[in-house]
Design a binder for this molecule. Structure first.
Ligand code: ATP
Ligand code: MG
Length: 213
């Protein structure tokens, strides 16, 4: 049997992927809190447990044949070189612009300052509206930036809006809806076509049963 490697996004997506993976026998057979590479319960299929933002890179270079990753990460990375055959409909949230509820008035001659983990999506979003903004790249806790005057607004993931509210921020614009996707290396799709097609089919059916349940 041809070996397959599936890269999983550590954290929230992994948690939400596990029930689906268990249904098709692809759940990890090893300690995923310590190991970066673990066998799955299906012989020949191994799993990589990596940072969400690294998943597109592993799959693009063929270090993994397949990956599970958020649409936000895919959009930021740019998905040329990857097939994206399946919306897994898990880890759902949205990418939004948020501002302080009682924002101090901004000097209109100064460019809007936007703090985000997603500089590429942010640049594109404002450029599409004909607006040039100053982007401040952060790696986490974006909500803090407007409170301390580092930025006027943020672009970040929102699920319930609870974190925004707790920090006195309001959602001013939705950029796009986000869910997790299955991605496939283009060369693998050719060289391991039968195995990958079978796996896609299983995941599709596992998703449907989960929804029906
Ligand atoms: P990293 O380890 O690279 O810093 P992270 O800590 O941001 O990543 P998570 O918070 O687990 O990792 O988010 C990973 C992915 O989960 C995001 O890219 C997004 O697709 C999805 N996600 C993030 N926040 C939510 C949320 N509130 N609800 C549902 N899905 C979310
Ligand atoms: Mg993190």
């Amino acid at each position: 049997m041809t070996a397959l490697t599936l890269a999983l996004s550590k954290g929230r997506i992994l948690e939400e992927s596990l029930p689906m993976l268990a249904r098709i026998g692809l759940d990890p057979a090893g300690d995923i809190d310590r190991l970066l590479r673990v066998p799955s319960r299906t012989p020949g299929v191994s799993l990589l447990i990596i940072r969400p933002t690294d998943v597109p890179t592993y799959v693009e270079y063929g270090a993994a044949d397949l990956g599970i990753v958020g649409k936000d990460v895919l959009m930021e990375h740019g998905s040329t070189g990857l097939y994206e055959p399946l919306d897994l409909d898990i880890a759902k949230c949205r990418l939004s612009v948020a501002a302080q509820k009682d924002a101090p008035k901004r000097d209109p001659r100064r460019r809007l300052r936007v703090a985000t983990k997603y500089p590429e999506i942010t640049r594109r979003h404002f450029a599409d509206k004909g607006e040039q903004v100053e982007i401040i790249k952060l790696y986490g806790s974006m909500e803090l930036a407007p409170l301390v005057g580092l930025a006027d607004v943020i672009v970040d993931l929102v699920a319930t809006g609870g974190t925004l509210r707790a920090n006195g921020l309001i959602e001013t614009e939705v950029i796009c809806q986000v869910s997790s996707r299955l991605v496939v290396n283009k060369a693998s799709l050719k060289t391991k076509h039968a195995e990958i097609a079978a796996l896609l089919d299983q995941i599709r059916r596992a998703g449907q049963t989960l929804k029906a349940a």
